[in-house]
Structure formats: structure tokens, C-alpha cells
Design a protein around this ligand. Structure first.
Ligand SMILES: [Zn+2]
Length: 135
């Protein structure tokens, strides 16, 4: 039996025909499932070879939740064998009430916020570098 030919650009980009992207989307959906996520979908970025994800979180999601989610996604995509096989880059937009609240790309670093003083830092340390409270 002959395999049906992929006829159009649109079909070529269809997620079901791109197992790597499908795997990544499933990994992303799994990683964000512990937060109040309304939807996590692939979003075509228009840029050559870039894979985009759009995550819509519920209105009650706090800034800390968004930060933690971003850190979790960074860790996930850094370690994911599927992400390592991508020929292009990836970008994730986190939206709350249709407002873009965080963008995560491979160039980003994790961010940590002190629960006591609210100081933001990029490197993990035993104590907050601002108020010296242990994390
Ligand atoms: Zn602090």
C-alpha cells in the first residue's frame, strides 16, 4: 500500500506528523500540570524552525507560581532528549488573562525569589543574597 504524500505546507507542519514536537508538547503539559493551567498548546511562531508553546494560566496564578513554572520548564527542556534533537530553537510564552507574563527561551536562566524580602536572583544559594534568610 502506498503511503499518502504530504501535500501542503500546512500538513507538513501538523503536530501529529512531527513526533518530536508532539513529545515535547506532552512533556510541557505534564510539567505544568501541577499549576492551575487553562491550556498549554503549540503556537506557531512564524520564525524559521522555532517551536513555540503558549501556556495560559488561571487568573489566581501568582507571580511566584509563574516564576516556578518558568524554572520547571527550563529544567525540563534543558534535560529533555526530544528538545536536544530539535534542529531549531524553542520559545514558551506564559499568559495570564491574555497578558504575556513570562517568556522562557533556551537563553534564560532560572530565577529565584526570596519568600521573605522578595529579592530576585538567578543563582541558587543557601541564603537569600539580599536579606540572608535561608531558602
Ligand atoms: Zn530575602
Amino acid at each position: 500500500m502506498a503511503t499518502p504524500k504530504r501535500t501542503s505546507q500546512q500538513k507538513r507542519r501538523h503536530l501529529a506528523k512531527r513526533p518530536l514536537e508532539k513529545t515535547l508538547l506532552e512533556e510541557v503539559q505534564e510539567a505544568v500540570s501541577r499549576w492551575s493551567v487553562l491550556s498549554a498548546e503549540e503556537e506557531y511562531e512564524g520564525e524559521w524552525d522555532s517551536l513555540g508553546f503558549r501556556i495560559d494560566v488561571s487568573e489566581e496564578t501568582t507571580a511566584e507560581d509563574v516564576l516556578e513554572m518558568g524554572n520547571a520548564l527550563l529544567a525540563l527542556l534543558k534535560d529533555s532528549p526530544a528538545a536536544a534533537k530539535l534542529t531549531g530553537t524553542w520559545i514558551i510564552g506564559i499568559y495570564r488573562s491574555d497578558e504575556l507574563v513570562r517568556v522562557v527561551t533556551p537563553r534564560d536562566k532560572p530565577q529565584f525569589i526570596c519568600a521573605v524580602c522578595g529579592y530576585e536572583q538567578e543563582k541558587w544559594s543557601d541564603v537569600c543574597i539580599q536579606c540572608k534568610t535561608p531558602w
